[in-house]
Design a protein around this ligand. Structure first.
Ligand SMILES: [Zn+2]
Length: 202
């Protein structure tokens, strides 16, 4: 057995699996730039490559910072019927109802999106281009994660229903294989609806 070859093969597999995971996030922020109003699109188009690259940083941080992981999901069924409408929108309000460690255990993505939004708004107010790019890109990551159904359930990898491995298949393998066939036309109304959800928007 050629050990050097084996090591290269293992490294190749690891790297490829990360690239699959990152593929979707890079594409989402890249395409999102083309949905922006003309007043904003010039700045974002100029920085589109940095935006695409930074979009994967939140996942990279998961291996380095313990508090990062809960920012990417929420086990919404733990909060009962119509939880998305009943739970408080603001982090300090929800903290008054539920202890922080139990929130972290179930994931905090909706509240972290709001936190990132405020970071971005502040960066825009002081006109800091580097921070604007960083927070825009990272915000896109968390919003994208919140739209993956498997980021909103305890059964996040089909482990409770005999479908282990469905997570990577759904969010990595499928976009890799079928990206060219996806329809990226967006309804303006649904984007506006999402922004209306964010408190104190613009
Ligand atoms: Zn993520």
């Amino acid at each position: 057995m050629n050990w050097k070859l084996l090591i290269w093969l293992v490294l190749g597999c690891i790297l490829t699996s990360f690239l699959w995971g990152f593929f979707g996030h890079r594409k989402i922020v890249y395409l999102a730039v083309f949905t922006l109003p003309v007043e904003m699109s010039g700045f974002y188009k100029k920085n589109i490559h940095d935006l695409s690259e930074i979009a994967i940083n939140p996942d990279r941080r998961r291996y380095a910072i313990p508090e990062e992981a809960p920012r990417h999901y929420i086990d919404i069924e733990d909060y009962g019927d119509s939880a998305l409408y009943k739970l408080p929108r603001y982090w300090n309000e929800v903290l008054q109802m539920i202890p922080e460690d139990s929130l972290n255990e179930r994931g905090i993505v909706p509240w972290h999106i709001v936190t990132m939004y405020y970071f971005l708004r502040d960066a825009m107010m002081v006109r800091d281009p580097e921070k604007i790019i960083q927070y825009s890109s990272e915000l896109s990551h968390y919003i994208a994660d919140a739209h993956v159904p498997l980021h909103t359930t305890r059964n996040y990898d089909g482990q409770l229903t005999g479908q282990k491995g469905i997570h990577a298949f759904w969010e990595s393998r499928l976009p890799e294989l079928f990206f060219d066939d996806y329809d990226f036309l967006l309804a303006k109304q649904s984007i506006l609806k999402m922004f209306n959800w964010l408190p104190g928007v613009l």
